[in-house]
Write a protein that binds this ligand. Structure first.
Ligand code: FAD
Length: 420
């Protein structure tokens, strides 16, 4: 039976959910406070689809890394100390999740989700006119130092146990794989199943296909509340009036915590601020996307341009730009790619985005036990593009009571912090 589905949030998670709900025959309305021509976290990111990223952000060693880098203004991972109860509570939960048991539980689930998403992206890229520039060339984890390479080799061993293809390469083998770019590295781990795409094209293609298919978009419309009857949400309140719904899907990115709060659901969330810089005419163009492991910078060829993205700055809900962190990204690049100079970026306008980060590094995806017709899908942190397609599919299946194909989705329950 066709239902009226109202989605709060038109980022990649909202659009992919809209896509799958529409495919299942539902009547979809997307509400977003931004205008039609918009920007935001889902646009200027690095566009990587990453089965290699099966380790969540909350992993052993992350607390120590945060402490070590806290005093370095150019470091790629930073938690700004501030007197905030929400931050303290989030950090406490983050610390509790930074253990191997959590990683061992989460890794097979994240792998399954990334691989299912990849399959879906592959199909959609060839089905949708224009596609979104999906490149199935793999991903290189580039290492300048032996200690980083050794760490990456350990992750590659874990990948092998999970049946994720990973190849350890010396510098010469890396050059053979991507001869288009000079590299000053010790070696790399190559993940052939990873891919990259143009996030801007992905967003534009999905949006225009959804419009053509009759999906309603309410732009410049701000969610302000809900009306309900018992455990049933009747409509969402907006600054432009109420929108009635049979099912409500919350995909509000980093702002979802406030939305859920009104429904008495606790979704602890911190904004993980990141920056990207796009060179329109790079002096060299790699064909394979990469991560500069020590600098934690992602490098993605997007058509003829080259995008560099990095920094995970837990510094509150603001989009101010820290020039020292942007400098940290720029200065790391020539260390790996010696043909590039910091001056190449002089005219580059830094882009900023806020990743929605849960304290255990896993998305919130599922029905809340408090409300009969509410599904939450958010908190995808640095994997929101990669996990978007599968998250959209799962959300649409939950709405239709279809048993999930992927096991252990209970780990993603949006109720998991509500009773603690
Ligand atoms: C530098 C950087 C690089 C990245 N690289 C990658 C990558 O390579 N691969 C990957 O998988 N991920 C990557 N990410 C992460 C990815 O970009 C995010 O996980 C993803 O974009 C989050 O999407 P979203 O739809 O949840 O949130 P958003 O895109 O933030 O969308 C949320 C929407 O909700 C709307 N909204 C919120 N509140 C309201 C309200 N009250 N009323 C109406 N509308 C509202 C907002 O306007 C917004 O449009 C990167 C992120 C950054 C910053």
């Amino acid at each position: 039976m066709s239902k009226r589905i109202v989605i709060i949030g038109g980022g990649i998670i909202g659009l992919s959910s809209a896509w799958h709900c529409h495919q299942r025959g539902h009547h979809v309305t997307v509400v977003d406070r931004n205008p039609d021509q918009r920007d935001g976290c889902s646009f200027g990111n690095a566009g990587m689809i990453v089965p290699s990223h099966f380790v969540p952000l909350a992993a052993p060693g992350m607390i120590q890394l945060g402490l070590k880098w806290m005093w370095n203004p150019e470091s790629p991972f930073y938690i700004r100390p501030r007197a905030s109860w929400d931050l303290l509570a989030w950090l406490w939960k983050f610390k509790q999740a930074c253990n191997s048991r959590h990683v061992n539980q989460a890794a097979p689930l994240l792998r399954d989700m990334h691989l299912a998403s990849r399959e879906c992206f592959d199909r959609l890229n060839s089905e949708l006119p224009g596609g979104f520039g999906l490149m199935k060339h793999g991903l290189l984890m580039l290492c300048r130092t032996q200690s980083s390479l050794s760490e990456e080799v350990e992750t590659a061993k874990l990948a092998a146990k999970l049946n994720v293809d990973a190849q350890v390469l010396d510098a010469e083998a890396v050059t053979k794989l991507d001869p288009n770019i000079d590299m000053d590295i010790r070696g790399a781990v190559y993940y052939p199943q990873d891919c990259h795409l143009s996030p801007n094209r992905l967003m534009a293609t999905l949006q225009s296909r959804l419009v053509d298919a009759g999906c309603q978009f309410h732009w410049q419309t701000e969610w302000t509340g809900f009306t309900s009857n018992g455990d049933q949400i009747k409509s969402i309140r907006t600054n432009a009036g109420d929108v009635e719904a049979d099912e409500v899907l919350v995909c509000g990115g980093v702002w979802s915590e406030a939305i859920a709060q009104q429904l008495k659901i606790s979704l602890p969330m911190q904004a993980g601020k990141g920056y990207s810089l796009t060179l329109e005419e790079p002096c060299q163009q790699p064909s394979i996307c990469s991560i500069l492991t020590e600098a934690k910078v992602a490098v993605t060829p997007i058509g003829s341009s080259l995008r560099f993205g990095g920094t995970m700055e837990i510094a509150g809900l603001n989009e101010s730009i820290s020039q020292s962190r942007v400098r940290g990204i720029v200065q790391s690049i020539p260390k790996y790619f010696p043909k590039f100079r910091a001056e190449d970026f002089a005219d580059c306008q830094p882009w900023v985005g806020l990743r929605p980060c849960s304290p255990d590094g896993l998305p919130y995806l599922g029905r809340s036990s408090r409300w009969r017709n509410l599904v939450i899908s958010t908190g995808h942190a640095m994997m929101g593009i990669s996990l978007s397609m599968v998250s959209g599919r799962i959300a649409s299946e939950i709405i239709d009571d279809v048993p999930p194909e992927i096991p252990n989705l209970g780990l993603l329950s949006p109720d998991r912090f509500s009773n603690r």
